[in-house]
Design a protein around this ligand. Structure first.
Ligand code: PNS
Length: 162
């Protein structure tokens, strides 16, 4: 496997994502973490903030880079010669949609999708759940990297104050 992509919204990156990046990086020569720019959906963090956090957490890995993309993932892959998409599967509930997307991406451009079974420690974890729990004061330490935890607390307390 040469270059693989781990795509997503990453608003924000969680330890579950990080586990998938790390395992993809052990299989591929190079891994590109690609953040979807979705103009119709505003997140808790801007694309730049998400990329900053991602860059901070993948910094120890020599073969992981972070980029953003607009539009179709397969166009991004084709522009960069990326032949493999790597996704984490947390539970059976992820499978239907992921299978459909994987089949569509193969149909569109011959780009393969490989699924990594996520670490069971993180199988319940999602960015939206982390944001919801943190918003109501729940403890999400150990579920997101420390760099994210600090920003999450800062962002949510700023929102509460405004
Ligand atoms: O973290 P998310 O929001 O679950 O990631 C979803 C993502 C970004 C992987 C998916 O929505 C995607 O690939 N979007 C890009 C647009 C695209 O290519 N759509 C067709 C998919 S078959």
């Amino acid at each position: 496997m040469h270059v693989a992509v781990c795509p997503g919204s990453f608003d924000p990156v969680t330890n579950g994502h990080l586990d998938v990046f790390e395992r993809a990086a052990a299989m591929a020569d190079q891994v590109v973490v690609a953040v979807l720019v979705n103009e119709s959906k505003s997140g808790l963090f801007t694309i730049e903030e998400r990329m900053e956090m991602l860059r901070e957490v993948v910094q120890p890995y020599g073969n992981i880079t972070v980029e953003s993309f607009h539009g179709l993932l397969v166009d991004f892959c084709q522009e960069r010669g990326i032949t493999v998409i790597v996704k984490g599967l947390r539970a059976v509930s992820d499978f239907d949609y992921e299978l459909q997307m994987g089949q569509m991406n193969y149909r569109l451009a011959g780009v393969e999708t490989i699924f990594i079974t996520t670490n069971p420690l993180y199988s319940f974890l999602s960015s939206s759940l982390v944001k919801e729990v943190a918003k109501f004061g729940g403890d999400v330490s150990g579920l997101v990297p420390d760099a994210v935890l600090t920003r999450l607390r800062g962002r949510l307390s700023a929102r509460m104050g405004s």
